[in-house]
Design a protein around this ligand. Structure first.
Ligand SMILES: Cc1cc2nc3c(=O)[nH]c(=O)nc-3n(C[C@H](O)[C@H](O)[C@H](O)COP(=O)(O)OP(=O)(O)OC[C@H]3O[C@@H](n4cnc5c(N)ncnc54)[C@H](O)[C@@H]3O)c2cc1C
Length: 672
């Protein structure tokens, strides 16, 4: 999920069909503004100025009447410097070389391990396994290297609905996403090296100590908090003690740069939360988090994304002859031995044209993410027998693949300002662009990220929060139309605009940290190219609805603090016809609101659930081996039995770290 400026306001940046049309350019600039929490009005005006200049052919004619050359040279140098810096950002050498041409020319040898998906998990596992030069790995990725908008992380929202995204929509469900276009939830994931972490908000959290205690109670006793913390420290340590002759994968963590202008909003939120008795969190990695903070660790360096794909994989792959990476390689099937007992390789389509097979001597490792890993298992005959039978897919194993789909989800609440607040300068200003490319500073390199972890259950003083408050971004007066980026239906956006009454708005999103509602992933058809069926059940369990109700009441309590009253902040009544038949502010009203506006947080997990041998809901065992077959593991976010308390990229990185250790351990004798 995007957070704050970027991460949490994600739903506002959808750019459908990012084209070069005038309207789209203007829209894009508006999106930049929303991402950064900057002044939409300023950006719209910047956008119109730029567009007028671009369309005005006389602009060039009215250039300086004469020059002896030095001024022209300076301007040309500036353009050249910016252009060089831009190219440097997308320098191919930061990503693995593509082995595809060689594979087509000479065919593929056998590998010890074939990994499907070069997202977060695939990058980490490939990197760790190939630290041992005797282990030969092939990494297959459906996408290509990330484009420049992924590098400039404040622009990554513009990757939505592009070829770099798997753009899937959930099946209609009358109980959720009713306020969205076509009444369907949106399920994007990254389709490029780095996977979803190449388009994410870059927030890197560990989760709560109790998350892993719960995993233990579910029979996963090898997955304790202590173990996760150990892996986390191992990952960080690598960066602090770089070994020059043997580079190691590592997690780069920095806080987002804040602009001076961000401080007023940060202070407002921190003051209000403090009035409600919430402490300031200075260390989000200590495993017990209740409170509010603007100190958020992210995979960022100097305004650039430093995904684990870049640091673990990109930085080492070109020095490792035992690691081959093939891009634009869409894996369509896992291949099994003649008695169906062992995975022996995979089939894939290269560059949409060439159908290839590759064999593995040890294992196939699935790291295609929580939607595509179960999809691939189902396509290959591992899944619920009735579903496979209906699609006439030869069954290899009857397992609950695709069940247990869950996500944090997000409920936007909109508040109206009684008076104006400071807004950061625009990303679209030429000065901002120059600052970013020449010095990696300014609005394009900075972002405000504020988050709160609260325990909405008043009867409990536990440090185990049940709600994550994210986003906290301002929608300046007159720009409520930008809520279209939430993919809300037109009449709802128009209603927000009317209710805003030309005042600036503050939006806050609440995410369930421990949702109980579960959906599932299934196949639409036996054709591997067909998009999956995603049955989302956001907040259909009444316990989830009650937590969200308590979140609404919490934000209402925030409105009573001196900090909020000072800005005249009040909840906006969003007109929704069905809900407005109920008394406003009653519990029933808010339950109706939840049905319309509780939407995805893009943190899918759980679809290849890990569990004990006795757990009939488990797809993989504690060593991540798919039950009932040999030579096959799932090593990504799908294995989480329950989602962790916070953004999921950090835990997925650590799952992959642990997977690599277990795989090496299991093959120690054969591979030494
Ligand atoms: C827009 C967005 C914002 C997010 N923001 C944050 C955030 O700020 N912080 C955070 O912690 N988490 C965030 N997340 C979630 C986080 O990115 C994921 O939890 C994490 O990336 C999951 O890692 P993974 O390896 O399981 O899957 P992914 O990273 O999605 O990787 C899967 C990879 O497999 C490839 N693949 C899929 N199918 C095939 C196939 N058949 N053949 C070959 N390759 C295939 C995909 O192209 C992709 O590269 C965000 C997610 C999204 C979508």
């Amino acid at each position: 999920m995007f957070n704050s400026y970027l991460t949490c306001t994600k739903f506002r940046f959808f750019i459908w069909g990012f084209s070069s049309s005038t309207a789209t350019v203007a829209l894009t600039l508006v999106v930049f503004a929303v991402i950064s929490g900057t002044t939409l009005a300023n950006v719209i005006s910047d956008a119109s100025k730029l567009l007028i200049a671009a369309n005005d052919t006389t602009a060039h004619a009215s250039c300086a009447t004469s020059s002896v050359g030095s001024a022209e040279a300076l301007v040309s140098n500036l353009f050249a410097a910016i252009n060089t810096a831009k190219c440097e950002l997308t320098n191919a050498s930061q990503w693995p070389a593509d082995f595809a041409d060689e594979a087509l020319r000479e065919g593929l040898e056998k590998y010890d391990f074939v990994i499907v998906g070069a997202g977060t998990a695939g990058s980490v596992v490939a990197s760790r396994l190939t630290e041992n030069p005797r282990i030969k790995v092939l990494l297959l990725e459906a996408g290509e290297d990330p484009p420049i908008e992924s590098e400039i992380f404040t622009l990554s929202s513009t990757l939505h609905h592009s070829p770099y995204t798997w753009t899937d929509f959930g099946e209609p469900n009358p109980n959720c996403c009713q306020g969205m276009q076509q009444r369907r939830c949106y399920w994007p994931r990254g389709k490029m090296v780095g996977g979803s972490s190449s388009m994410s908000g870059s927030i890197f959290l560990l989760g709560n100590k109790e998350d892993f205690d719960r995993w233990r109670l579910l029979g996963c006793d090898k997955w304790s908090w202590e173990e996760m913390k150990f892996l986390y420290e191992k990952a960080l340590k690598a960066s602090q003690h770089e070994v020059v002759d043997k580079p190691v994968g590592t997690v780069v963590l920095n806080q987002f740069d804040h602009l001076e202008e961000h401080n007023e909003l940060a202070q407002l939120m921190l003051n209000a939360s403090s009035e409600l008795g919430l402490r300031y969190i200075s260390d989000l990695s200590d495993g017990t988090i209740v409170g509010y903070t603007d100190a958020i660790p992210a995979n960022i360096e100097m305004g650039r994304r430093m995904s684990v794909a870049k640091t673990y994989l990109g930085q080492v792959s070109r020095t490792r002859p035992n690691l081959h990476v093939i891009k634009k390689a869409m894996v369509t099937k896992i291949l099994f031995s003649s008695d169906n007992s062992r995975a022996v390789g995979v089939e894939f389509i290269l560059r949409n044209r060439h159908r290839l097979k590759v064999a593995t001597m040890s294992e196939v490792l699935l790291a295609a993410g929580a939607i595509n890993s179960p999809k691939l298992l189902l396509q290959s005959g591992i899944g619920p027998s009735e579903h496979l039978k209906a699609l006439r897919i030869n069954q290899i194993a009857d397992l609950p693949v695709g069940n247990n789909l869950h996500d944090h989800g997000m409920l936007p609440l909109i508040l109206k300002f009684g008076r104006e607040i400071n807004l950061p300068s625009s990303m679209a200003e030429p000065q901002s662009v120059a600052d970013y490319f020449l010095r990696q500073t300014g609005p394009l390199a900075a972002s405000i990220s504020i988050m709160g972890f609260i325990n909405t259950n008043a009867s409990s003083s536990s440090q185990y929060p049940d709600l994550h408050l994210v986003s906290h971004t301002i929608v300046p007066a007159g720009t409520a139309d930008s809520f279209k980026f939430l993919q809300l239906r037109d009449e709802i956006v128009a209603g927000i605009s009317r209710a805003a009454d030309n005042k600036s708005l503050l939006q806050i999103y609440g995410s369930l940290l421990r949702p109980l509602s579960r959906g599932k992933v299934r196949l639409r058809s036996a054709d591997p190219q067909a998009p999956p069926l995603i049955y989302n059940n956001y907040a259909t369990e009444s316990a989830d609805q009650l937590t969200l109700l308590r979140y609404v009441r919490f934000v209402q309590r925030m409105c009573t603090t001196a900090a909020f009253r000072n800005y005249g902040l009040q909840l906006l009544h969003v007109p929704i016809e069905e809900c407005d038949r109920l008394p406003y502010d009653s519990d029933d009203y808010w339950l109706c609101y939840i049905k319309y506006l509780y939407i995805g947080a893009w943190h899918p997990v759980g679809t290849c659930r890990m569990g004990a041998y006795t757990d009939s809901h488990a797809v993989v065992d504690q060593r991540l081996r798919v039950r009932g077959v040999n030579g096959l593991r799932v090593v990504d976010a799908s294995i989480m039995p329950e989602i962790t308390s916070g953004n999921t990229n950090g835990p997925t990185t650590l799952i992959a770290e642990k997977a690599a250790v277990m795989i090496e351990d299991d093959w120690k004798e054969e591979l030494t």
